[in-house]
Structure formats: C-alpha cells, structure tokens
Design a protein around this ligand. Structure first.
Ligand SMILES: [Zn+2]
Length: 330
C-alpha cells in the first residue's frame, strides 16, 4: 500500500480530532483523566509562506499554527513549567486541572526568533532540550545533514526516500550510522543552511533563561540514539551535554529528553546514567499522560499537534481514552 501524502495524513488527523471534540469526547476525557499532565514536544518553527528549504518540513511547524495552538492552551488549560510538573508528580502533590507543559527538542534558532515572542506575549512557560554540540557548532544534527544532502541532489542509496533511509539508519549501531552518513556526504557541497536548520546561540539561550519563562534540559551532545551506543559513549554524551549547559548557564540541567524518544531508543543503563548525572526526569516521545505513577526517567510526551482541533483532542485526553478503549477491546 502506498503511504498517503503527509498533507492528507494531517488533514485526516485534524478531521478525526474535530469529530472527537465535537462529539463530547474531550469533555469526557477531561473529567475522567484528572490529575494527569499532557506534555507537548515541538522542534522548530518556520515562517508562514516561506519554504523551509528542507525535505522534511514536519519538524518545523508554521508559526501561525503554533500561535493558534498557544492561544487555545492559554485560554483553556493550565500551562505549567515541565520541571514543576515533574516535581509535583514525584512529590505526590497532584496537578492542577487541565495541566499541560510545553517542550522543544534540539535547540533551533527559531525557538528564540519565532516561538519565544509568542510564549512571552501569552506568558506561557516552556522547556527547551538542547543538543549541545548542535549549539556549539561542533556536531551538526546528522539527520539534518542527510536532508541537506538530498536537497543538494545526492540520490540516497537504493533510491530510498528520506523517511525510509532515516528509518534504516536509526536501526544501526551509532558508529555504523555515522559512517554511512559520512560516506553519503563525501565530496558533497551542502547548500547554504536554510534558516530552519540553524541552532540557537548561547546568548539567545541566556536571554530566554533570564526571562524566567524558559528553562533548558539536556538532549545529548551529538544527538545519537542512546540505545545504539556503547555504555561508555552514552555516559560521554550525557555528561558532556550536562557540563556544556552548566558551563554556559551556571546551572546543570535537571530534565532530559531522549533523541528520537521511542521505546527502543534507551536502555536500562541509560536511565541509571541519567540519574547518576543528576537528572531528575527524562522524557520520551511515547504518547501518554504524565502521572504520579511515573516512571520519572521515561515519562511520556505527545508530538506537536498541527491544528487547534488536534491540540484539543490531544491535551484533553480524548485520543488517550480512545486508545484505552481500543486496548480494552483487544
Ligand atoms: Zn532531537
């Protein structure tokens, strides 16, 4: 079967969300799932009407969509700092009704240029998880390099699509994956990096921190999938990331987000290493509600919703209820 074009998939998701909300499921979910938190995970943003300049635009939500999502949340939800959500859950204090937290992964400049003004205007807190080598300019994001190679006209091996090739690379041990990317890029002149691919500067990070609205967590140094690394390499990635944030901000990060963030992307050793390094919570990309039951070193987050309908169906817990009901039938 051919996959649907992503625009059709998105339209389908929005339609499904609208049906759930309009038939009252969001209201039912809000009353049944009290005391639970919903955490949204964004990446970058892009200006409306401007081409992103990368093949995979899905990581960079249009800024007007982000604004509508934030306006919706500020009207109907209690948007709280992620660290505060984790602390209250861990302490068994419970969460206020309609608790939501916002997060961003990787550390794109657009978090400062496009997201921060909206968050400040609406008074919404957020956590940005930094891949510190991306900000330092020493470790470009490898998946971004592959995307840019494709933009430069390099065919991927076996005429694979970007999604297929990235999916295959993500299964490989870290060193083998890096070698494949290195070979692909050999002799290739990458196009001038489009705006959406630029990292935050540390000055921008400090300015956002000083606003009191934004805090920063760890997301490794070079953005490997930790489960594909040796334990030594995992330790190096976690400690280097922590120490770079400490050096630049004067405080170590307490929250961590796993690169890729799927169930197979971290190991029991990863969780121990994070705890040893002083992290108090770690966040995946596995859908679900954050509850007092934890587990605090692999808490769930939802991917960025792409419409207000999808936002409502996600944070209210309507999607969650449907999933639970389907699971109950299985
Ligand atoms: Zn990431």
């Amino acid at each position: 079967m051919f996959p649907l074009p992503s625009s059709l998939n998105r339209a389908g998701q929005t339609a499904k969300s609208a049906v759930l909300v309009l038939c009252g499921m969001a209201a039912v979910a809000r009353s049944q799932l009290t005391g639970q938190g919903a955490v949204l995970a964004f990446h970058g943003l892009r200006a409306d009407g401007e081409p992103a300049g990368v093949r995979d635009e899905s990581l960079h939500l249009p800024v007007s969509t982000f604004r509508r999502v934030c306006q919706h949340l500020s009207r109907g939800y209690h948007v709280m700092p992620l660290a505060e959500m984790a602390r209250r859950l861990r302490a068994g204090e419970g969460l206020p009704p309609r608790a939501v937290a916002l997060s961003f992964d990787d550390g794109y400049a657009s978090n400062y240029e496009l997201a921060f003004p909206i968050l400040r205007e609406l008074g919404l807190p957020a956590t940005i998880f930094l891949a510190t080598g991306f900000l330092d300019g020493t470790d470009p994001l490898w998946f971004q390099q592959v995307d840019l190679a494709l933009c430069a006209g390099i065919p991927l091996p076996g005429a694979a699509s970007l999604g297929e090739w990235l999916a295959e690379l993500k299964t490989l041990p870290e060193e083998a994956m890096r070698l494949r990317v290195e070979n692909l890029l050999k002799g290739v002149t990458l196009p001038v990096a489009p705006k959406v691919t630029r990292p935050l500067t540390w000055d921008q990070v400090r300015e956002m921190r000083d606003s009191g609205l934004i805090d920063f967590g760890g997301h490794t140094h070079a953005h490997p999938i930790l489960a594909r690394c040796s334990v030594e390499k995992q330790r190096h990635e976690i400690i280097t990331c922590r120490d770079r944030i400490l050096a630049e901000l004067g405080q170590p990060p307490r929250a961590f987000a796993f690169p890729n963030g799927g169930p197979g992307d971290f190991t029991p050793e990863t969780l121990s290493l994070l705890a040893e390094a002083g992290f108090e919570s770690a966040w995946t990309m596995i859908c679900g509600r954050a509850t007092a039951a934890g587990p605090f070193m692999h808490l769930p987050r939802y991917g960025a919703p792409e419409s207000v309908w999808e936002t409502e169906a996600t944070v209210s817990g309507a999607f969650e209820l449907v999933r639970q009901w389907k699971g109950g039938r299985a």
